[in-house]
Design a binder for this molecule. Structure first.
Ligand SMILES: NC(=O)C1=CN([C@@H]2O[C@H](COP(=O)(O)OP(=O)(O)OC[C@H]3O[C@@H](n4cnc5c(N)ncnc54)[C@H](OP(=O)(O)O)[C@@H]3O)[C@@H](O)[C@H]2O)C=CC1
Ligand SMILES: O=C1O[C@H](COP(=O)(O)O)[C@@H](O)[C@H](O)[C@H]1O
Length: 585
């Protein structure tokens, strides 16, 4: 198969400042364990934060899959060996203020406000909370509410009492107009937040939904002028991109750390909040049948596939500076890979999981340019409809070489995965919208039934497919006897189709992640050493692509992408599972 590797494919030249509980409950009272040993009934896990600060988590915060609703529980805050007592505070004295910085923008409207509303609807926000939009645009509270209500086209809108709940929710939403680099404007925001907080102990969450070049300005102002001042926590959710290479990412982290501790920084990768990505560890570690197979011994290759059936439409200005490798592969697909391939963590605590992910990332072989295929979509007319080329986007410079498609072969040089190709493929303006993980198993040695498959043994390999989206499913392709008197085999699916199995809707990734940030749960956020390792892997090849001004292969809008992606796979004796003969569309 390696001979198929075509030379026409270009790419192949020959804690917050105070300690806080990572709890899924909202703080009510500070309690001494020494004087109240009975409270150990409420406690089970002693965790060590990344910065070394010890915290205690309630029993319920065990990722058992069930996230209880907020209720009054004592807050435990440890100061060295001492635990403070304060029986005075109850839930009515604690509040959370969530400031959406960049509230007038696309992400805020599309994802953040709808997710906050869904959390409110489901009863996951504490009794006292305030949501404040912050941006430069001039808007009144009423205008913000109108904007938010129009964009609440989320999964909740068909539900019982939705309008009533929405009204109640909107009453808690306010707006403050200001510059992102003005401490004075943030001080005015602080004043406004204090009015809404009404003297309660305040916890503050800032969501940076703004372009990356103003992240640091906003963090500086928020931290210096609008942090929680009365013993509550202050956390900041930072959106991607976290830099565009190792150097810029490290510089961003250094700048953020002038104003925040690592434990206050919540770097979001929304793919980690997707239901099936969250389920990966459950599948692996709670089913005896999978974990023993999870290695080079049984797995032939792993494929991580992302495709969108639309182009960069409207986001070309941002995209052209990054390209598909930085937009999707270096973060979303690599994060999935790390979760997929990590060793069993010591526990489900954030630091234990992130430690294992870092180890995988640091065991990865540098990516070679010849193991990367680049593509860019060109215009195409289908059914009388003309679809634009990437460079037709007015915000994209003419002649841009930025890839809108990439495929790559990656390897993990450790005992578990030695020699197993992890193939990634990500593209915009392709024939479908899909994100999935495909695990192709080895051929059955000495298979008695080989002759039933003819010469093509690949058609008989077992394949586990985890369809992250859309229409979430986990299915295993197995060989099965077709009922009848003869001995005909076919490939069938053992199919866990979520829509058929579960009546409950699947929450949006942003709901899970926002709730985790409010609760101080860091498991699904990217730690700085993970980020460094991810950039170390991709930076050299990205530099080479840019230095050599590699021309991408042009593929028609709406097609299956560059042909060279097939040659890359063939080089490692792999067939892309999403393009196989028996793929359900
Ligand atoms: N949109 C999406 O689907 C996704 C976005 N992201 C990330 O989320 C963040 C926000 O994205 P998105 O909402 O699309 O961004 P927008 O371009 O919509 O910007 C958000 C807000 O920031 C302000 N803003 C925009 N450009 C500038 C500028 N040059 N200088 C100062 N302020 C500016 C504007 O508000 P105003 O003028 O009122 O101040 C705007 O409404 C980005 O970091 C993005 O990379 C991540 C994943 C997906
Ligand atoms: O982070 C990003 O993700 C979106 C795709 O997210 P999804 O949840 O809709 O699959 C992608 O369109 C965008 O380019 C990228 O920045």
């Amino acid at each position: 198969m390696a001979t198929l590797y075509s030379t026409h494919c270009r790419s192949f030249p020959s804690s917050s400042s105070t300690s806080f509980p990572p709890s899924n409950r909202f703080p009510a009272a500070t309690v001494s364990l020494k004087s109240h040993p009975h409270l150990f009934h409420h406690l089970s896990v002693h965790t060590q934060q990344h910065d070394g600060a010890a915290t205690v988590s309630p029993v319920e915060n065990n990722h058992s899959g069930k996230r209880p609703r907020p209720e009054v529980l004592p807050v435990i805050s440890l100061k060295e060996s001492e635990v403070e007592v304060d029986f005075e505070k109850d839930e009515s004295e604690v509040t959370v203020s969530i400031t959406v910085v960049g509230a007038s923008g696309d992400l805020a409207k599309k994802k953040i406000f709808p997710a906050l509303f869904a959390l409110y609807y489901e009863g996951f926000l504490p009794k006292h909370f305030t949501i404040c939009g912050y941006a430069r645009s001039k808007m009144t509270d009423v205008e913000l509410r109108n904007m938010v209500s129009k964009t609440l086209t989320c999964r909740i809108d068909q539900r019982e009492n939705c309008n009533e709940k929405m009204e109640q929710f909107l009453k808690r939403c306010f707006y403050h107009s200001g510059q992102y680099d003005s401490q004075e404007n943030f001080a005015a925001l602080d004043k406004k937040l204090k009015e809404h907080e009404g003297g309660r102990a305040s916890n503050r969450l800032f969501y940076l939904s703004i372009p990356p070049n103003i992240f640091v300005h906003a963090v500086k102002c928020a931290s210096l002028s609008a942090s929680s001042g009365n013993g509550g926590w202050t956390r900041v959710i930072v959106e991607k991109p976290f830099g565009r290479d190792s150097e810029s990412s490290a510089a961003l982290t250094r700048s953020l750390k002038q104003y925040l501790t690592e434990d206050q920084i919540f770097r979001i990768d929304h793919y980690l909040g997707k239901e099936l990505v969250e389920n990966l560890s459950v599948l692996r570690f709670s089913n005896l049948i999978f974990e023993p197979l999870w290695s080079r011994q049984y797995i032939r290759n792993v494929q991580l596939i992302f495709s969108e059936d639309f182009g960069t439409e409207g986001r070309g200005g941002y995209f052209d500076n990054y390209g598909i490798i930085r937009d999707i592969m270096q973060n979303h697909l690599l994060q999935i890979l790390a979760l997929f391939a990590m060793e069993t963590p010591v526990s489900l605590d954030a630091e234990d999981i992130r430690n294992e992910k870092v180890k995988v990332l640091r065991s990865m072989r540098p990516i070679k340019l010849e193991d990367v295929v680049l593509g860019q979509y060109k215009n195409h007319t289908r059914g009388g409809v003309a679809y634009p080329a990437y460079v037709d986007d007015k915000t994209v410079p003419k002649g841009s070489l930025t890839p809108t498609f990439a495929a790559a072969a990656l390897f993990i040089d450790n005992a578990r995965w030695d020699g197993v190709p992890f193939l990634m493929k990500a593209g915009k303006a392709l024939h479908n919208k899909r994100a999935e993980i495909r695990v192709q198993f080895r051929h059955v040695p000495g298979n008695l039934y080989n002759r039933n498959f003819g010469a093509d043994l690949d058609r008989a390999t077992n394949e586990l497919v985890i369809r992250v989206q859309p229409d979430e499913a986990i299915y295993l392709k197995i060989n099965n006897k077709v009922p009848g008197l003869g001995m005909k085999l076919d490939r069938s699916h053992l199919n866990l189709h979520y829509a058929a199995r579960y009546s409950k809707e699947i929450p949006d990734a942003y709901e899970r992640l926002l709730l985790d940030a409010i609760e101080g749960e860091r498991r699904l956020f990217i730690r700085s050493d993970e980020l460094d390792a991810a950039w170390s892997l991709f930076t050299p090849v990205l530099n080479e692509i840019e230095d050599k001004k590699i021309t991408p292969e042009y593929y028609p809008y709406g097609s299956r992408g560059p042909v060279c992606a097939h040659y890359l796979a063939a080089r490692y004796n792999v067939r892309w599972g999403d393009l196989g003969l028996d793929v359900e569309q």
